[in-house]
Design a protein around this ligand. Structure first.
Ligand SMILES: *Cc1c(COP(=O)(O)O)cnc(C)c1O
Length: 463
């Protein structure tokens, strides 16, 4: 029996963690000095830590726990599947029922002719699959030189070498470099980069960078464009209304494959099954993960249109790609049960008719705060911008993100998980959040903003 349990004192767990556990996106040395927070349990939208705090999770873990924590039905689905068939692969002319059932269900839910699923264990892996899929597609079509993928600065597509290269995050690129054949254009981030333009003008301008890039590289060199309907990790950046229609027009005009990364926006986050439906986008491939299993099991995948699946599948040669855990039966069974709950409990209806309208009213009211410049919300993903001057959309002096970090620290202290991306605060709560829980979220957010503001004023950092 493992001797390391929830019953050990926090300090002991922290010391063991510091000694042996390397954390993602963390400076482990700094963390060891401060002491890591130990999460010991969760139910619904609430986390519990080793000090007995009850924390409201306005990030749904990492944007993934759509149906909320601790659902018995998913535990049962996993247990049943482990008893029946704990593992088998889907290589070499074999399959199993959970993979069949999940692929069929996803084909039913996904719009248009997205009827084929290639499974992975994460969003990053799925995007690596997409790189191979689109390059292989053009290769089989006799245009092997069509291999460049155009992506966006400050986009996020995961952290493997492929996913991290598709993403446009400079600190990730600086950590080990990027793979070849991927170029980045500007993001539709009006608040930070739109200058004197209206959001609509700016949305068009940024979309047209895609056309310029295609013409600069040559249509015969470009395989695909990839983007998130709403940039998540980049700071919940909701594009101007003109952006996606123009991107769609350009992809259609030049015959460029359109990969829409729905890892966050899928499975109800924006008030529809997929963000592509909210923004009327018609992708050739969708990347999925996170909400697919509500984070109960690691599973992701690519939902692929008829044309690409047909071409790649009938090339007369194998598609030489796959993961040991592609379509893992336990992960697939849990994802199926998650989709059943999303559907039968009408959780997306709850987002649309109850949670979004209620949260929208309260979230947008935070704009009255002296430090909040803009508030954004689509479905249940939102952001607010911290600024010293709402009119000029100014940035704080000094290092970007210092104020956002300070607000986040206050949130942690006030038992609210709200993240910051530089000086934007972001939320993405479980889709099952109730109006009463939204009241708690907003009260704690407001308290944290007030406390951070007060400390900045006292230190003379905010006049
Ligand atoms: C989280 C995320 C990924 C990566 O998913 P992992 O499961 O962490 O590999 C890819 N794309 C988007 C849009 C994401 O938010």
């Amino acid at each position: 029996m493992n001797k390391i349990t929830n019953h050990l004192p926090t300090a002991e767990l922290q010391a063991l963690d510091a000694a042996h556990h390397m954390h993602p996106f963390t400076s482990d040395g700094e963390l060891a000095k401060k002491g890591v927070r130990v999460i010991t349990g969760a139910k619904g939208v609430w986390l519990k830590d080793s000090e007995g705090n009850k924390i409201i999770d306005a990030m749904a873990g990492l944007w993934c726990v759509n149906i909320g924590y601790g659902r018995h039905e998913l535990a049962q689905a996993a247990a049943r599947q482990i008893e029946e068939l704990s593992y088998y692969n889907t290589f070499f002319m074999t399959t199993h029922v959970p993979a069949i059932a999940l692929a069929a269900k996803l084909a039913e839910l996904a719009p248009g002719d997205l009827n084929h699923v290639f499974f992975a264990s994460s969003g990053s892996e799925a995007n690596d699959t997409n790189i191979r899929l689109v390059r292989r597609y053009w290769d089989v079509k006799g245009q092997p030189e069509k291999r460049v993928i155009i992506a966006r600065k400050n986009g996020y597509h995961g952290s493997t070498m492929g996913g991290g290269s598709l993403g446009g995050m400079a600190p990730i690129h600086a950590t080990g470099g990027i793979i070849d054949g991927i170029v980045h254009i500007g993001q539709p981030h009006w608040w930070a980069e739109g200058g004197d333009m209206t959001p609509e003008e700016f949305g068009l301008l940024r979309a047209r960078e895609l056309e310029e890039k295609i013409l600069e590289l040559g249509v015969d060199k470009v395989a695909a464009f990839i983007g998130e309907p709403v940039q998540g990790a980049g700071g919940v950046i909701i594009p101007p209304s003109t952006y996606w229609p123009e991107i769609q027009r350009i992809c259609d005009k030049y015959g460029i494959l359109l990969i829409v990364d729905e890892v966050i926006t899928g499975f109800g986050r924006t008030g529809n099954w997929f963000g592509s439906q909210t923004y009327n986008i018609k992708p050739h491939i969708m990347t999925i993960a996170k909400g697919l299993s509500s984070g109960y099991q690691p599973i992701g995948g690519s939902i692929v249109c008829d044309e690409i699946a047909h071409v790649v599948g009938n090339a007369g040669d194998d598609f030489n790609h796959g993961y040991t855990y592609s379509g893992h039966p336990v992960a697939a069974a849990v994802a199926l049960e998650n989709l059943r709950i999303l559907e039968e409990e009408n959780i997306i209806g709850h987002v649309r008719d109850v949670a979004h309208p209620y949260l929208a009213e309260r979230w947008h009211a935070l704009k009255d705060h002296p430090m909040v410049g803009e508030t954004n919300l689509v479905g249940l993903m939102g952001s607010l911008v911290l600024t010293p001057n709402k009119e000029t959309r100014a940035k704080f002096a000094g290092k970007q993100g210092t104020v956002g970090f300070r607000v986040r620290e206050r949130c942690f202290k006030n038992n609210l998980i709200m993240r910051h991306v530089y000086d934007r605060m972001i939320i993405s709560p479980p889709l099952v959040i109730t109006p009463e829980e939204i009241d708690v979220l907003i009260a704690r957010a407001k308290l944290s903003l007030d406390e951070a503001y007060k400390s900045l004023v006292e230190e003379g950092l905010f006049k």
